[in-house]
Design a protein around this ligand. Structure first.
Ligand code: SAH
Length: 231
């Protein structure tokens, strides 16, 4: 099986490269792809660079060029719902683009014709995550993740996103990866560890917690990879 593991920033994939140690590097479309042989599976690891366009390119390359059959995203996010705290892990059940707006034409926010407001994550991968959470005794959260090309550090915007989309966390790549994977029929799973609360302190919290939250997310995903590899 060929499995893709993606992050957006170097810090988000560093824990995977450290864990696997032995990898080949492949340059393609202005990006680096790291290829690991693991228990008869091939794992392709990359960070896309930040944002919806970059993450769409990387997810497409993972699928078109490397033939990945499942895709997992590991990274950090801002909390939207008050009960989510820095360090918590959130698995996306559905994803939405909060900055996609042709509402002037009477359409709902996040919608364009022939698209859908929400993109749903793969249920089998969510089931694997549930098992890992039980085994590791982790209080894994689930919910809608909202994506847009903006770093959100503003309570008004954060509350608007929470209320409009029933979102629990927000970031800058998940929904574009989700649209890409669903277009190709590739099952995907998106995990985020909270790095900040998308408020006035977000920039400082983000800088402080990027590494530890990235590591928490990666540790969880590595346990999922073991289950997927042994299946
Ligand atoms: N510090 C970086 C910029 C980080 S942008 C630099 O200077 O280069 C934030 C990244 O973390 C994005 O990849 C996004 O997916 C995620 N993220 C975490 N908190 C976020 C927030 N409050 N709003 C939007 N994205 C957030």
């Amino acid at each position: 099986m060929k499995l893709a593991i993606m992050g957006a920033m170097p810090e988000e994939i560093e824990p995977f490269l450290k864990f696997f140690k032995d990898y080949k590097t492949f340059d393609y479309a202005k990006n680096k792809y790291f290829i690991v042989e693991h228990k008869n599976n091939e794992i392709i690891i990359a960070y896309s660079k930040i944002g919806k366009v970059n993450s769409t390119i990387t997810a497409s390359v993972m699928i078109e060029k490397f033939g990945c059959e499942k895709l997992i995203f590991s990274g950090v996010a801002g909390a939207v719902c008050n009960s989510f705290k820095i360090g918590d892990l959130v698995a996306a059940t559905k994803l939405v683009q909060h900055d996609l707006d042709i509402s002037s034409f009477g359409h709902p926010y996040g919608y364009v014709p022939e698209g859908a407001v929400y993109e749903e994550a793969d249920l089998e991968l969510i089931e694997i995550a549930k098992k890992v959470a039980i085994e590791k005794n982790i209080n894994l959260k689930y919910g809608v993740i909202a994506t847009g090309d903006q770093f959100i550090c503003d309570i008004k915007r954060k509350n608007w996103i929470a209320n409009t989309f029933n979102a629990t966390a927000l970031e800058m790549e998940g929904a574009s990866v989700a649209v890409t994977c669903n277009a190709y029929g590739v099952p995907f799973f998106i995990l985020r560890a909270i790095s900040d609360e998308a408020n006035m302190d977000a920039k400082f919290n983000f800088d402080e917690f990027l590494e530890t939250s990235s590591q928490r997310s990666a540790d969880f995903i590595l346990s999922m990879v073991e289950k997927i590899a042994n299946a």
